[in-house]
Design a protein around this ligand. Structure first.
Ligand SMILES: *[C@@H]1O[C@H](CO)[C@@H](O)[C@H](O)[C@H]1NC(C)=O
Ligand SMILES: *[C@@H]1O[C@H](CO)[C@@H](O)[C@H](O)[C@H]1NC(C)=O
Ligand SMILES: *[C@@H]1O[C@H](CO)[C@@H](O)[C@H](O)[C@H]1NC(C)=O
Length: 431
């Protein structure tokens, strides 16, 4: 659930900070998207294009086929030594053979690894695999971020919000916190900690999730630290297994749990308020987590749940359980960021009047989603306070004490305070 705060925070940026040129409809289980904006993004807003690709929730979309089919699992080792196959979300149209990862925020190549960065007053960086896993094993070599309020995450996350997590808070570098969710429903007792045998910021460790139809194992440096069996997750009231069971993307992120304006519970959990003037920030200009090799091994069932004999996964029912996912040969790519699952061949007008990025850019002019969003990828901190504020770099001006206090001053300050409000709301709802 805590990993889910980041997406919610992004929704908040759009809504509360008023960065949107035009208000997009929101979506939930009870409120599906309208036909003109058919796809419900991971951040619970309706749109086209990127909204219909990774993270699109078919249960909340206009129809089950509004989201694009999801690229099937591919067993693969990602070296994470260059940005070559890592693309900004506004450059991705659903072809997983062209890009391994898509991102929002600011990832960088550094010394043969990928850093996910979080500059002052930003909401950090999130990167998601373009292909999905339907059970299987994923291992990541990583070094966590450090510092009060700074959270690093390595999770599996499905379009219907099944989730298997590792989360690391930057004040406790010897604990890997693990968790799982079924369809994003907050339950209270499923967390579990694994002790890491040396500091997770200075040292590489290998974190592994081994997910099968019957159990989840979390292993650190090859040693299983926690097991959760499906058989222990039966929900009698709802007659369902509260167990992750749908195709999921690998998601890596750094995010500000300790934003001053967050709910106290979130800040406490994250180890306190973030210090945007820390020695680490002075030295590097950002907090960062370091990612090395990531390996995905698909489950490879012959048929049914966990298979990948085809091109794509689709959902055939709103229940979104393992037996309502099907492997098909349907294509996964859109012609433009103005298309959707029910309008796949839309060539786009180039006018960009559609909001092109969930949780990010809404370009009022120019071609789909170019422009502004690139700033967060290229490290520029000029401008960027307009339609696109994923990284909130604009809020540096006039609010460098990190208080997030909204005195009605610089637009950026308002943006970051608002972000906190929404994280707080999310926290109230979810914790
Ligand atoms: C895990 O460790 C953190 C401290 O890092 C603590 O706050 C949390 O309560 C622990 N969770 C469990 C389930 O023991
Ligand atoms: C799908 O999940 C159900 C429980 O929800 C389980 O009984 C069944 O064995 C699973 N099917 C497969 C093939 O894993
Ligand atoms: C059963 O599932 C419902 C909704 O899916 C959830 O609200 C409830 O907390 C679950 N019950 C238990 C005992 O986990």
């Amino acid at each position: 659930m805590l990993a889910s705060l980041l997406p919610l925070a992004l929704t908040g940026l759009l809504h509360v900070a008023g960065v949107m040129a035009q208000d997009l409809p929101t979506c939930s289980l009870d409120k599906k998207c309208p036909k003109e904006h058919p796809c419900c993004s991971q951040y619970n807003q309706c749109g086209v294009g990127a909204f219909c690709l990774g993270g699109c929730d078919p249960r909340m979309s206009y129809s089950l086929d509004s989201c694009m089919p999801a690229p099937v699992c591919e067993s693969k080792t990602y070296k994470m030594d260059s940005m070559d196959k890592i693309v900004s979300m506004d450059k991705y149209l659903g072809d997983a053979s062209k890009a391994d990862w898509m991102y929002q925020g600011k990832p960088l190549e550094h010394n043969g690894n990928i850093l996910l960065t979080m500059p002052p007053q930003s909401v950090g960086t999130v990167m998601a695999s373009t292909s999905y896993m339907w059970y299987g094993r994923v291992k990541a070599k990583l070094k966590t971020a450090r510092g009060r309020g700074v959270v690093t995450a390595f999770i599996l996350y499905s379009d219907v919000k099944d989730e298997i997590d590792y989360e690391f808070v930057g004040v406790d570098l010897e604990t890997a916190q693990t968790n799982y969710y079924f369809q994003g429903i907050p339950l209270y007792d499923q967390g579990g900690n694994i002790t890491i045998d040396s500091d997770s910021y200075d040292n590489w460790h290998e974190y592994e999730i081994n997910w099968t139809p019957d159990k989840i194992e979390w292993a650190v440096d090859g040693k299983v630290g926690r097991t959760k069996k499906r058989s222990d997750t039966w929900n009698e009231t709802f007659n369902q297994w509260d167990f992750p069971q749908t195709p999921s993307r690998v998601q890596l992120s750094i995010w500000p749990g300790g934003l001053a304006t967050n709910a106290k519970g979130t800040i406490d959990w994250a180890g306190g308020e973030i210090d945007w003037n820390s020695d680490d920030i002075k030295k590097n200009q950002y907090y960062f987590a370091t990612f090395g090799e990531i390996t995905v091994e698909c489950w490879d069932a012959d048929s049914g749940p966990g298979s990948n004999n085809g091109k794509s996964y689709i959902y055939t029912d709103f229940l979104a359980t393992n037996n309502t996912v099907e492997v098909t040969d349907k294509k996964t790519t859109l012609k433009s960021l103005e298309g959707s699952g029910i309008d796949q061949d839309n060539e786009g007008t180039g006018k960009g009047n559609a909001a092109t990025l969930p949780g990010g850019d809404v370009s009022g002019s120019g071609s789909s989603g170019s422009g502004n969003h690139d700033q967060s990828g290229s490290g520029g901190s000029t401008g960027g306070c307009g339609a696109n504020s994923f990284s909130q770099s604009c809020s540096n001006s006039g609010n460098s004490d990190g208080s997030g206090d909204d005195k009605g001053g610089a637009p950026g300050a308002r943006g970051s305070a608002s972000l906190g409000v929404v994280i707080a709301v999310a926290a109230l709802l979810l914790i």
